[in-house]
Design a protein around this ligand. Structure first.
Ligand code: CA
Ligand code: CA
Ligand code: CA
Length: 319
C-alpha cells in the first residue's frame, strides 16, 4: 500500500492517527470493480475500535465544488471541497462505514476491519461516481466524546498517485542533522502505457511545518515498434455524451476514457485482442466487448456505446 499521510504521534489522546495508506485494485476482466482500500494506523496505545470521525474525499480535486471540511468537524485549513465523505460513526457498533455525497444523499456502506492498531476500509470506486481513484483527502478523527486528531491540519493529502512502476531504496532511514542520504529509484516500465507518467516522491521528516516533502518525478514511455494504437470514444447510448469507462484488453493492459469527452487511447502489441469497455459509474454489467486486430505501428478507430441510464426514476404504483 502507498502511504498518503504521516501524522504526528502524540497530538491526540484516544484517536491518535500516525499513518494513512491507500491502494487501488485493478478492474477485472469479468467486471470486478476497482476498489479503494484505505488503512489507518494509530499510535500503539490506541484501541481503534472506539475511533469515529469523518474522511473527506474531494473526488474531482476541485476545492470550489462540494463543501469545506470546516462545515462538518474539519478545520478551516483543510483546503479541499469534498464531494463525498466517509462517516465512521457506525464503526464501533455496526462495523460499517457509510458513504455520503456532500449534499447528504446516502450512497452505500462498506465494512471496516480491525487489525491490532489499524483500521482497513475497502470501497468499490463505483460508489464514488465517475471516480478514477485519484482524489484529495482530509480527515477528522476522534471518539464519540469529540474530534481529536485532524490530518493534515493544513492543506490536504492525495491518494491514488501511488506509482507501482517505481521502487525506492532505502524506504526507511534515519538521517542525522547536516548529513546526506542517497535514495536509489528503480523503474519498471514494462506494464506502463506509452505516454507521460508522473509521480511524487514523499519524504517524511520531523519538521512540524512540512512533515512531508514532495519531489515531483515524471517519465515518458515510448511505444515499442511492435505496438499499435486503438483510439475512440465511449458514449452513453441514451444521451450521446462521452462517459468515463475502463477499457481493458483481455490478458493485457487497460486505460480509462476521459469522463467528459469519452475519448481514450490504448496501446497494444500487434495481434488479435478482445477489448472490453466497462462503465465506471455503473454496475459492471454495463459493458461492450469487441474483437480487434492490431497491426504494428497501426492506428485503429474503435468506439464503444454503453447503455446506462444514470437517473433515479420515480416508481408509480396504481391500483
Ligand atoms: Ca496523530
Ligand atoms: Ca470538489
Ligand atoms: Ca494530526
Amino acid at each position: 500500500m502507498d502511504p498518503f499521510i504521516f501524522d504526528p504521534q502524540g497530538d491526540a489522546g484516544q484517536a491518535d492517527l500516525v499513518l494513512g495508506e491507500a491502494a487501488i485494485s485493478d478492474p477485472g476482466w469479468d467486471g470486478e470493480p476497482s476498489a479503494l482500500t484505505l488503512r489507518l494506523t494509530f499510535a500503539a496505545a490506541v484501541a481503534p475500535h472506539d475511533v469515529v470521525g469523518y474522511i473527506y474525499l474531494d473526488t474531482d480535486r476541485n476545492p470550489d465544488t462540494g463543501r469545506s471540511p470546516r462545515d462538518m468537524g474539519g478545520l478551516a485549513g483543510q483546503d479541499i471541497g469534498y464531494d463525498y465523505y466517509l462517516d465512521l460513526f457506525g464503526l464501533p457498533s455496526l462495523g460499517l462505514v457509510d458513504v455520503w455525497r456532500q449534499d447528504g444523499v446516502y450512497i452505500g456502506s462498506a465494512v471496516g476491519e480491525y487489525t491490532a492498531h489499524s483500521l482497513t476500509i475497502v470501497l468499490p470506486l463505483s460508489l464514488l461516481g465517475r471516480e478514477d481513484g485519484v482524489m484529495d483527502v482530509a480527515l477528522a478523527l476522534g471518539t464519540i466524546q469529540g474530534a481529536e486528531d485532524w490530518a493534515p491540519e493544513i492543506g490536504h493529502a492525495i491518494i491514488g498517485l501511488g506509482a507501482d512502476w517505481l521502487t525506492e531504496s532505502p524506504v526507511v532511514e534515519d538521517v542525522p542533522a547536516e548529513a546526506e542520504q542517497t535514495i536509489l529509484l528503480s523503474l519498471d516500465t514494462s506494464r506502463l502505457q506509452p505516454g507521460l507518467h508522473t509521480a511524487r516522491l514523499a519524504i517524511a521528516n520531523d519538521d512540524p511545518l512540512t512533515p512531508l516533502l514532495y519531489v515531483p518525478l515524471s517519465i515518458t514511455v515510448e511505444s515499442a515498434p511492435t505496438m499499435g494504437r486503438l483510439m475512440g470514444r465511449v458514449t452513453n447510448r441514451y444521451t450521446g455524451q462521452g462517459m468515463g469507462a475502463r477499457i481493458l484488453a483481455q490478458g493485457g493492459p487497460y486505460t480509462s476514457s476521459d469522463p467528459d469527452t469519452g475519448q481514450y487511447t490504448l496501446w497494444l502489441e500487434e495481434g488479435d485482442w478482445l477489448v472490453r469497455a466497462i462503465a465506471l459509474s455503473a454496475p459492471a454489467s454495463v459493458s461492450q466487448t469487441v474483437t480487434v486486430n492490431v497491426s504494428a505501428q497501426g492506428m485503429l478507430d474503435q468506439d464503444f456505446i454503453l447503455a446506462w441510464c444514470d437517473l433515479y426514476l420515480p416508481l408509480v404504483m396504481r391500483e
